[in-house]
Write a protein of this length. Structure first.
Length: 344
């Protein structure tokens, strides 16, 4: 593990201050928090910059120079924030796009020169584990029925994580996980190239998504789930739109239970919109406008297929999901802090 240790202010023996950076296909995020026995206490809440690091990687298997420069600029901004808020340890993880990029060493070297910590290109399984930890321990609800299926829908990959049966294991224990090489950016670049996409493009994307779900279901018995928890920008953005929010409010979205009927109708409507039409909605981050339709399509298919699997497994379809603001970044910070406390 590449944990950067800075000249942090002295901390009590019962708490630590740590930072985490999650660099995905579409966005890069920083979080600084104090971790103690009572959980995570934000010092610098999630700072997000949409850099589209994975632009074109699905086709070229290389980072574009423009994408790298956008990401380096965000890293320099994060370095300034870390100078103002010293941490005892910092971990930088990179996910789907970096796993695929042939020129990733240049990226890793430059990030290390800026931040003093080398990016860790984590596996889809570790990404899934950290997302599950955060979603099941930090989401603002206490009435969720296990087992849980956490769906982390990113720009380049989508993780399905089953666990927390509530009887023989802790709620945060993962029983099975699988990372699918599909996400909002990949589906948009691979299939949904028209504006708006044609029905033929949508049908091709659905076939692609379903093939990946078929494979995932051979590794993850998703039908055992009783509760679906969705994390990531696509899920929370589409949930906010389904709630009718005119501006994004993470406090309003976290922990909301949304019925499939409402979600499907909104997801389908935004999938068929032009990018200009989507841009009139302040609820959508500008950096997601062109790819949110592709993400919504992945989300719809996952929900529908899991519901069908649940019907086959225990005779009861799932007809709602819970949106969570807590995914990989929160799990990264919580895990790092807990390990430092344990070492003491």
């Amino acid at each position: 593990m590449s944990d950067h240790v800075a000249n942090a202010e002295p901390q009590s023996e019962s708490s630590v201050v740590v930072g985490g950076i999650d660099c995905g296909t579409n966005s890069i995020r920083l979080k600084i928090a104090r971790i103690d026995a009572h959980g995570v206490h934000d010092i610098v809440p999630r700072t997000l910059r949409v850099v589209r690091l994975g632009e074109g990687v699905d086709r070229t298997h290389r980072f574009a120079e423009e994408a790298l420069e956008r990401t380096y600029a965000a890293a320099r901004e994060f370095a300034r924030i870390l100078d103002e808020h010293p941490v005892q340890a910092l971990r930088f993880v990179a996910t789907s796009a970096t796993r695929d990029a042939q020129n990733r060493q240049e990226f890793e070297d430059t990030i290390e020169s800026i931040l003093g910590v080398r990016p860790e290109v984590i596996s889809g399984v570790e990404e899934a584990d950290l997302s599950f930890l955060a979603a099941t321990s930090m989401t603002a609800r206490t009435d969720l029925e296990p087992p849980f299926l956490v769906v982390d829908l990113g720009g380049g990959s989508t993780e399905l994580v089953l666990g927390g049966d509530g009887a023989t294991a802790p709620a945060t224990r993962v029983d099975a996980a699988f990372s699918m090489n599909i996400g909002s950016v990949r589906m948009t670049e691979r299939h949904l190239t028209n504006d708006p996409p044609t029905q033929a493009q949508i049908d091709a994307a659905v076939d692609d998504i379903d093939a990946h779900i078929d494979e995932a279901f051979t590794h993850v018995p998703a039908g055992r789930a009783r509760t679906i928890i969705g994390v990531s920008g696509t899920v929370t953005t589409m949930t906010a739109l389904a709630m009718g929010l005119t501006e994004y409010d993470h406090r309003a979205v976290d922990g909301v239970r949304m019925d499939f009927g409402t979600a499907f109708a909104v997801d389908d409507r935004f999938l068929h919109m032009t990018r200009a039409e989507r841009s009139t909605y302040k609820t959508i981050h500008p950096g997601r406008i062109d790819v949110v339709g592709g993400g919504a399509l992945v989300w719809n298919r996952v929900l529908e297929r899991v519901s069908q699997a649940a019907q086959a497994d225990h005779g009861q379809r799932i007809d709602s999901f819970v949106a969570s603001e807590h995914g990989l970044l929160d799990g990264l910070v919580l895990d790092l802090g807990n390990r430092l406390l344990h070492e003491r």
